[in-house]
Design a protein around this ligand. Structure first.
Ligand code: ZN
Length: 436
């Protein structure tokens, strides 16, 4: 199982979607499933792949209900009949959740081949939801494969995994695959507002923005942060409270790390690795998350017709290697530290002589500008520290940010104003900030 704190799980469970329509940000999955249910053309085996906290298990449970609802099968379960109620409560004998990462998974899989032959107890279909399916033992995977080769008509398998590339191809080829996406900050924010509306708590729009971005695509993480900040007893949770909490648990470490790398700040990156390690976060998880975000940025860039930057490719290669080495390393942080040093020492220095003098002037005071912004508004600094000044046209400064979270944040009035005022202080005149 992935490590997760108990508080976050509580809120995430309480606000689990109960219909396909309520599943946030995965319309490409839920619409296809709704259509299949409406036409009675469902599959015997599904693979739900995607990052943690994006709705895989919730969708699996809703699908199990939709298939078995006494008022169905229908695209949306009624959520009122006995079968629906039993599944919601986790008490149905026909919907079995198996956690492949735990011992229990092995025992259940051993009996699987015998059990699936039995007719469902109360429902139409027996549904096996197998979480973290890539962690099935070879023995268990073989048992599953045998069953998938000749699936009894009454059985449906839903395999959920964060790492589909680790699944045996023989199993993948027998499943209908759905890829769950990391959620956009806008989708997460909308859900946070909805949840907050039902809670006896309030938060400022800026606080919600920050949570939505810091969660880095995981609704579960976002609800976890919301749960923690609203339990502090403040009348109205503000941005600084959220920033404080994020600083403590280092949830923003991922974005910070990417910023340090793109600025070539080796010392800062090494310090951050130490902090993450000292904070108790598993370094292997940290590298894996970094890889996932970098890979997404790269693929998105390519999809929008941008050439793949050599530095990004190199980073991905070095960090993949570091992830492998971490498993056997005597000092867990060492492979990542070495990867950072290798990536950043191999970077060509920008040819300062060719640079626009106006841009050079901004770059010369950039560290001071960052410090000043940090004093005025630490949260704004968090975003700006990941940006690089790239062009000056008149009194307009263009900065580049590789991550879309930071780009959208800086474009917001509140943050932009802070930066523009500091620019005016250091460079004179009225300045405009543009991000790209
Ligand atoms: Zn029902």
């Amino acid at each position: 199982m992935e490590p997760e704190n108990a508080v976050s799980v509580a809120l995430y469970r309480r606000w689990r979607p109960q219909t396909l329509a309520e599943v946030a940000g995965q319309e490409h999955v839920t619409r296809t499933l709704e259509n299949a249910l409406a036409r009675g053309k469902t599959s015997h085996a599904y693979l739900f792949a995607g990052p943690r906290g994006t709705g895989k298990t919730s969708t699996a449970r809703i699908l199990a209900k939709a298939l078995n609802c006494l008022n169905g099968p229908a695209p949306q379960p009624c959520n009122e009949c006995l079968v629906c109620a039993a599944i919601t409560a986790g008490a149905s004998l026909d919907v079995l959740e198996i956690d492949a990462a735990s011992r229990r998974g092995i025992d259940e899989m051993r009996e699987l081949r015998e059990r699936v032959k039995l007719a469902p107890a109360a429902a139409r279909r027996k549904v096996y939801i197998i979480d973290e399916a890539h962690m099935l033992t070879t023995e268990a995977a073989n048992a599953l494969l045998k069953t998938l080769e000749e699936p009894p008509a009454t059985v449906v398998f839903i395999l959920a995994t964060t790492e589909p590339h680790k699944m045996p191809p023989t199993i993948l080829s027998r499943c209908q695959r759905f890829d769950f996406r990391r959620l956009s900050p806008a989708v997460i924010r909308a859900r946070l507002e909805q949840v907050l509306g039902e809670m006896p708590a309030e938060a400022t729009p800026e606080a919600l923005d920050l949570i939505a971005r810091a969660a880095e695509g995981s609704l579960r993480d976002a609800l976890g942060i919301l749960d923690q900040v609203t339990s502090l007893g403040e009348d109205r949770v503000g941005e600084e409270t959220v920033a404080d909490l994020l600083g403590k648990v280092r949830l923003g470490a991922l974005s910070e790390m990417l910023g340090l790398i793109s600025r070539g700040d080796t010392a800062g990156a090494l310090r951050l690795i130490q902090e993450v390690d000292a904070g108790g976060k598993d370094i292997a998880f940290f590298i894996r998350d970094l890889l996932a975000v970098m890979r997404e940025d790269l693929l998105q860039g390519i999809a929008h017709g941008k050439p793949a930057p050599a530095s990004a490719v190199r980073c991905l290669e070095e960090f993949s290697k570091a992830l492998e080495e971490t498993k056997t390393a005597a000092i867990k942080t060492l492979p990542l530290e070495l990867a950072v040093v290798r990536v950043l020492s191999g970077r060509p220095e920008p040819a300062a002589g060719d640079e626009d003098p106006a841009l050079r002037k901004v770059k010369a005071v950039w560290p001071d500008i960052l410090r000043a912004v940090k004093e005025v508004r630490p949260v704004t600094f968090g975003y700006l520290s990941r940006a690089q000044p790239v062009a000056v046209a008149g009194r307009c400064l263009k900065v580049a940010l590789e991550d879309s979270f930071g780009r959208e944040a800086l474009a917001q009035q509140g943050h932009r104003e802070v930066v523009e005022q500091v620019l005016a202080r250091f460079l004179g005149g009225v300045w405009r900030l543009e991000e790209g």
